[in-house]
Design a protein around this ligand. Structure first.
Ligand code: SAM
Length: 269
């Protein structure tokens, strides 16, 4: 689940990539974001139970089309989901707009200004934070989140810590574990490399969409920036959080330094 090169990350976006031509492609990506119909409800249940320890009001950053948020709202929570990519938010509203207690916002985690500032729980699931280009952006993101949480609220972060050896992996083809469409086929090819000096992972991919008109291919590149634990802890503390726990997995086993997977549970001061 939390290894570098996650299946889910074969379809995500880097904040720094936004150019006009790319925006058209984002719209296409958003339309097929749920290309894999694999059942994620165990993951969503995990976040539901986590949130309910703190209250009902959930803030969900970098939500893409908001599948997790939709599930959580259908399971008793009051969710505000937001994403920088407007096409994602439009697609989210189209799919899930009728679900009560779920609202969508097109917003930047580094400069967030929502009307409510009393959320009980906020989480960033595996590796989404790695889309922020540097630690200054992370610091801004944490300050933005802090401004929107009530005192005593929880902010949980799932991360993969940087490896200290570079590596590369050749092109592979990825098919959906459970195809989700009847009118088209979607698959992807991707290769990548990780640079241990810059702690960046470069992923180049091509997304293929085949329908009755033919096959469309969409080339796409992303960069994931990995962050050291000490830098994240310092940014969290500076933003107004204290560290409540550190886990190595979702079973809540205590984190120890040999673990690359890291879940940090923080509380708003
Ligand atoms: C890997 S995807 C999210 C996946 C999502 N957690 C899910 O489970 O479907 C990362 C998302 O982060 C969004 N994003 C990137 N930079 C952002 C920023 N500065 N503020 C808000 N969202 C951002 C992208 O638009 C993209 O939809």
């Amino acid at each position: 689940m939390m290894e570098i090169g996650l299946f889910s990350l074969m379809f995500c976006f880097a904040a720094g990539e936004k150019e006009d031509t790319a925006m058209n492609e984002y719209a296409k990506h958003a339309a097929i974001w749920d290309w894999d119909g694999y059942d994620n409800s165990p993951e969503y249940d995990y976040w539901c139970s986590y949130a309910k320890q703190f209250g009902k009001k959930v803030l969900l950053p970098m939500c893409a089309i908001g599948q997790a948020g939709a599930y959580m709202a259908q399971h008793g929570l009051d969710v505000t989901a937001f994403d920088l990519t407007k096409e994602m938010i439009e697609q989210g509203k189209k799919r899930f707009g009728s679900i009560p207690n779920l609202s969508f916002e097109n917003a930047d985690i580094c400069d967030l200004h929502l009307k409510d500032n009393n959320y009980d729980f906020c989480f960033i699931a595996t590796q989404d934070l790695n889309l922020l280009a540097d630690i200054d952006m992370v610091r801004k993101a944490f300050r933005s989140i802090a401004l929107h949480l009530r005192k005593g609220a929880c902010f949980a972060l799932e991360l993969v810590l940087p490896l200290h050896e570079s590596f590369a992996y050749p092109s592979q083809t990825y098919y959906p574990r459970v195809p989700n469409y009847t009118d088209k086929k979607v698959w992807k090819e991707g290769k990548g490399r990780y640079d241990a000096v810059t702690k960046r992972q470069y992923i180049d991919q091509v997304i293929y969409i085949q329908d009755e008109k033919g096959i469309e291919s969409i080339p796409h590149s992303i960069i994931l920036q990995y962050f050291e634990r000490d830098d994240i802890l310092s940014a969290l503390k500076d933003a107004g959080f204290h560290i409540a726990a550190e886990y190595k997995n979702r079973e809540k086993d205590v984190w120890t330094p040999e673990n690359q997977a890291w879940i940090v549970e923080t509380i708003r001061n």
